[in-house]
Every structure is written in C-alpha cells, then in structure tokens.
Design a protein around this ligand. Structure first.
Ligand code: 5GP
Length: 361
C-alpha cells in the first residue's frame, strides 16, 4: 500500500491521505452498505409484512449507482433508515461504524449530527438515543480510533415547535454533561415542508446558551425570505446554501452571508443526486470559492449518496481543476470553522503541519 511519504500517489490516493475535517454528516444518512447488511439481518426474523422495504433500498442504489430514473427522493430513504434503526443497539452499531469509516477515510475531525428520536415500541427515548451516540463516540476514542468527534443535535423542521424546544433543552443539558462533546444544533428535514422562521427564537436561545448553529439554508429556490432571517440570527455555519445567490432577493442573502462571514458546508454529490444543482460544474462551490468565501467540503449522507469525503475532494479537484495545494488549503482552513474549542483547533493544526511534509506539498 502506498504511504503519504511515497510522493507519487494518484489523485484519488492523495485525497484519501489528505487529513480532512467533516462538518456536515447526518448519522442515519451515513450508514454504509456493510452496516446496512448487519442491520437488515437483525430484522430477518420479522414476519414478511413487518420487514423493511428492501426493494426500495435496491431501487435507490440503482438510481445512485447506475443513474436509473427511479421516482424516489432521499427523504423516503431517511424514513426507511429510521424504520431499520429503531433501537439503541442499532443506533450504537451505526454510530460506531460511521465514526470508524470516517477515520478510515482520513477524516481526523468529525462533527456528527442527528435528530434524537423516541420509539416507544422498542423503549428507545430521546435521552437514550443521545446517550447511546455519546457512548459510541467514547468507545471509539477508547479503542484508539484516530479521529476527534463532536455531536450536534438536529431539529427536524417537519416536527412541532414543542419537539424543537425539547431538542434545544436536551442540547443545553448534554453540552454540560458530555464534557463538551455536544457542541451545537442543526436545523434540517424536508425543506419543502413548513417555515423555519418559527424556530428562530429557540435557535437564538440555543446560541445564547453557548451552542453553535449549523442550519440548512436555501436548499431549495423558494426559501429566500426564510433564509435571510436564519442568516441574520446569525447562524454559525450554512448547510448547503445552494440557492443563496440564485433566488429573488439574492443580493441581500449574499450580502448577509458575507457580512457575517458564514462558512458554507458543501456537499456536491448529495446536491447533484437530489437535483438541486443541474451538474457538477454548476455547483455553487465555484461561486463562493472565487469570492474567497469560506467553503468546507462535506458528505451530507455518505450512505444514502454512496460517497466518501475523499471522493468529494477528488470530485472538486477534477471538476474545478484544483491543485493538490489548493485542496490542502481548503482542508486546513476547515479547522477554523469547527465548533470544538481552541485546544482542539491547535491539536488539529499541529497534525496538519506534520502531515504536510509527508504529502510533499
Ligand atoms: P438523522 O438525523 O436521523 O441521523 O439523519 C437523517 C435526517 O437528517 C433526515 O431525516 C433529515 O431530517 C436530515 N437530512 C439528511 N440529509 C439532509 C439534507 O440534505 N437536507 C435536509 N434538509 N435534511 C437532511
């Protein structure tokens, strides 16, 4: 196997060896095929009418891998994944596998996000869900998996204001209890549903309590008004931001993004497969990168979209003709935008410095 110090590695290998920061990864969207096989085996004893819809899983794989025109959207896949990951044992398996897989891909710092869920039939509560993820992170650390992990609690915009308030309250509580592993709050869920402005007072409360905000903003073209309000909270990072510069009122949206210097979490494969960008070369990375605005490559849902963070870097390299040095700079600059404290940033910067010479940059 080639090592970093061997120098003449392929571009794919370079992207894998590059130390990376992953800031936008949804837990239940990040389930690999291997983990999915184990999860389905746990359901094999169920009667036929209670079995997960494996046909839909196969159809989705055909759509993603073979480009078949299957009438399924990613939000249907998340629903299916939630049916499969319905107890704490499954959550623990998913969380540990996801952390290990990111580490194997050369990710040295990961912010995992997930929506706490309760499933009365299995006894899983939102608290046991959060505690299971935190324990999985701790176990990976004890096993010496070479990655630093932080956790972001997600609000699903399809759910009620009461559910969002509960998530914020849990985030505040576990931020204190987890010794700083819980670092922030995400707002996600189907962007075609509801108006996110209703959550703003709660998000402000979270920010005042020291939690950082990573909000999905302007994923679809109808979200201009809502997006401006979310930007001006201000949010600490933007998930996707696909239509910020392409909607009515975009001047104001771009100005607010620049005024607060809010980094964008960019997920090329996810945006392409979910058809929010027409082609890879029209991905909004170019618009923001050319302005010198902070951009961080991320996977979004590495399982659902069959990607890895290395692939996302390689894709950007090929699509936008970026050099190895430019990829390095993007990766190293990502450290500035993590939600962990300055000590973690220092540790990561030292690690990046050590790795740089090995990559002959
Ligand atoms: P979980 O929160 O269960 O760990 O991860 C799956 C959930 O993340 C989905 O149900 C959805 O709420 C959210 N999610 C995953 N990918 C996306 C995305 O691209 N956009 C939005 N808005 N939400 C997403």
């Amino acid at each position: 196997m080639a090592t970093a110090s061997e120098g003449h590695v392929s571009e794919e290998k370079f992207c894998k060896l590059l130390p990376k920061v992953e800031l936008h990864a949804h837990l239940n969207g990040s389930i690999s095929n291997e983990t999915m096989t184990k999860l389905l085996a746990r359901k094999a004893h169920l009667p036929q009418d209670q079995q997960p819809d494996t046909q839909a899983l196969q159809q989705w794989t055909d759509k993603v891998e073979k480009g078949k025109d299957v009438n399924l959207v990613s939000f249907q896949m998340f629903k299916l994944n939630h049916q499969i990951v319905d107890d704490t044992e499954a959550v623990a398996m998913v969380a540990k596998d996801v952390v290990r897989e990111f580490a194997e891909d050369g990710v040295r710092y990961l912010e995992l996000r997930s929506t706490p869920r309760d499933v009365p039939q299995t006894g899983m509560t939102k608290r046991s869900y959060i505690e299971t993820v935190l324990k999985a992170i701790q176990q990976c650390q004890e096993e010496g998996v070479d990655i630093i992990v932080r956790f972001i609690l997600a609000i699903d915009r399809r759910n009620s204001l009461e559910a969002a308030a509960e998530t914020i309250q849990l985030a505040e509580e576990y931020r204190a209890k987890s010794g700083g592993i819980v670092v922030g709050v995400d707002l996600s869920g189907d962007p075609m549903v509801g108006d996110a402005r209703q959550f703003i007072p709660l998000l402000q409360q979270a920010r005042n309590a020291g939690l950082r905000l990573a909000l999905h903003i302007a994923e679809r073209c109808h979200q201009g008004v809502e997006s401006l309000a979310l930007l001006n909270i201000p949010t600490d990072r933007i998930g996707h931001g696909t239509f910020l510069h392409r909607v009515e009122g975009s001047q104001e949206l771009v100005a607010a993004t620049e005024l607060h210097n809010i980094p964008l979490e960019l997920c090329q494969t996810a945006n392409h497969i979910s058809k929010s960008v027409p082609s890879y070369d029209q991905h909004h990375f170019k618009y923001w990168y050319d302005k010198g605005h902070p951009c961080v490559f991320c996977t979004d849902d590495k399982g659902v979209f069959h990607t890895t963070l290395s692939k996302e870097y390689h894709l950007a390299m090929m699509t936008f003709d970026l050099s190895r040095k430019q990829l390095w700079q993007l990766s190293e600059r990502s450290i500035d935008f993590i939600f962990a404290d300055d000590d973690v940033k220092q540790t990561l910067r030292k690690h990046w410095t050590n790795e740089r010479s090995k990559l002959q940059l």
